[in-house]
Ligand binder design. Sequence first.
Ligand code: S3P
Length: 176
Amino acid sequence: MNGHGKSPLVITGFMGSGKTSTGKAVARRLGCDFIDMDAAIEKAEGMSIPKIFEMHGEAYFRTLESELCSRLAARENLVISTGGGVFVNPTNREHFKAALVVCLDADSREIYKRLRDDRRRPLLTTDDPYQSIVELMDARHSAYSHVEWHLDTNGKTVDEVADEIVGRLKADAWPA
Ligand code: S3P
């Protein structure tokens, strides 16, 4: 790098893997800016994610996500938490090619435990949310496998996961 900074740290993974809370904790530890993609989209659209899905459909939301990826990819010294579907789209993966990406992993039972009472995920607002988690995880497995750095979050606190990430970043001298 040129010594003025590094392309973003991107935190991705399935819904409920802890991307937002971990991203905030990592950014705080590093003194970097933080952006949560879902929150940024909700703010720009002036409505919640479930409302965007309801009013405009999923395809519209995916377009907003891709546009945001392309805008954020060039930013330096920034921690980004993606929505769980961002890395499914090869174009988005391409946008973040120069970024340092970490994928947070958790098994389906742990995800279910974390999201059981959550009503903010339209893709899990189904008759059988556990089955939806299993199926969607299976469908996304190959997309997430494009990410080199995977971190197991099962049974770990946000602080433990953030410490692991920061430890690895320090070893990589991120940001410059
Ligand atoms: C989605 C995940 C959500 C949100 C939207 C779609 C997905 O974000 O972007 O509901 O496709 O996995 P979280 O992963 O933060 O829940």
